[in-house]
Design a protein around this ligand. Structure first.
Ligand code: PLP
Length: 370
């Protein structure tokens, strides 16, 4: 075997996004023991940074040592007991993954489905909740990466409160690029990913749980089926108050990376980061529309960080992506499910949401489309 030296690409797909050199440098620093007092100080700062990012006072806020899907699973397996009814909003791939989680955790999933490329209709979700008064949880995706649609998270959470349900919210793609207000919106369990608007490497999933959610976990009659994702066990490591003990060997260097990505985010300012994502999105939209390209999603509900662009008739979308990769070292994403072959997904996430990337993408696409 020989050392693996990857090509430096520009990552403008659905994630991972470009990782800033500062974050890669942070990850190359000396590995400490995962119970080293110096490392524990860093963990406390990281938890504080994630609370500021999620806009929450939740003590139970920390990064799961695994990708976004594990954060998702942690929310579902801890909050669902066998037989619990969960209303799941689905308008793309990740709503379906939520349904799978509910079923595998022994819950009953009641689906509210919307066309891919459209936003969840809050009044339709309200009807389903009214017709299912024994619902324990409402679960939805804030930023649906498969389509580029934003859900009205504040309205859906308010609805859940009216119906006395907990909420599980997927903020994998939104966090850092769009406002996410855990306390103000009343979110009970939320998970994100390190590899999108936080510009860190993939493999960590920031999560946060409200007191209401924790009360539900404490009142469980059946133990959480997953040992690794059982909140009560993980917290022996992440909760510093009672002294830390070994749960699993934390991914020490990737956590340095996430810490650095938060340092960078707060240097820039959270609102400034949201504004930058919006401005870069507008630049990309203007350039693509000048080229005669259309968007899948209505402007009112479009995500700034994930742009679903319709493939023009007669164009081989895979050949265009291959051209971008070969000639420009530029990655954009393909459509998934019913959108396969029909859209490209262009990401403007974290460090990738910058002027040079927008220009590169426009130049490369203009070249590929002739
Ligand atoms: N949820 C959404 C909205 C996502 O976009 C993704 C990943 O793309 C996930 C969940 C799963 O995250 P991961 O791939 O890090 O497991």
């Amino acid at each position: 075997m020989q050392s693996f030296i990857p090509t430096k690409r520009t990552l403008m797909g659905p994630g991972p996004s470009d990782v800033h050199d500062r974050i890669l440098e942070a990850m190359a620093r000396p590995t400490l023991g995962h119970l080293d007092p110096e490392f524990q100080r860093m963990m406390e700062e990281l938890k504080g940074g994630l609370r500021a990012l999620f806009k929450t006072e939740n003590a139970m806020t920390f990064p799961v040592s695994a990708p976004g899907s594990a954060g998702m699973e942690m929310c579902f397996v801890n909050l669902i007991e066998p037989g619990d009814k969960v209303v799941v909003v689905k308008n793309g791939v990740f709503g379906e993954r939520m349904r799978e989680n509910v079923v595998r955790a022994g819950g009953e999933a009641v689906m509210v489905e919307f066309d891919w490329g459209t936003a969840p209709d809050v009044s339709k979700v309200a009807e389903v909740l009214a017709a299912n008064s024994d619902t324990k949880i409402l679960a939805f995706v804030h930023a649906e990466t498969s389509t580029g649609v934003r859900a009205d998270a504040a309205a859906l959470c308010a609805l859940a409160r009216e119906h006395d349900c907990l909420t599980i919210v997927d903020a994998v793609t939104s966090l850092g690029g769009l406002p996410v207000e855990v306390d103000a919106w009343g979110i009970d369990a939320i998970y994100s990913g390190s590899q999108k608007c936080l510009s860190c490497t993939p493999g960590l999933s920031p999560v946060s749980f409200s007191e209401r959610a924790l009360a539900r976990v404490r009142a469980r009659k059946v133990p959480v089926q997953s040992w690794f994702l059982d909140l009560s066990l993980v917290m022996a490591y992440w909760d510093g108050t009672g002294g830390r003990s070994y749960h699993h060997t934390a991914p020490v260097n990737p956590l340095y990376g996430l810490h650095e990505s938060l340092v960078m985010l707060f240097e820039e300012g959270l609102e400034e980061s949201h504004a930058r994502h919006a401005v870069m999105h507008e630049g990309l939209v203007a350039g693509l529309e000048d080229m005669g390209l259309d968007f899948l999603v209505h402007p009112d509900i479009r995500l700034p960080m994930l742009n679903a662009v319709k493939v023009p008739d007669g164009i081989d979308e895979a050949a265009v992506r291959a051209h971008l990769l070969q000639e420009y070292d530029l990655e954009i994403g393909a459509g998934l499910g019913p959108l396969a072959g029909k859209v490209w997904r262009i990401g403007l996430m974290g460090t990738s949401a910058r002027e040079e990337n927008v220009e590169l993408c426009l130049t490369a696409l203009a070249d590929a489309l002739g």
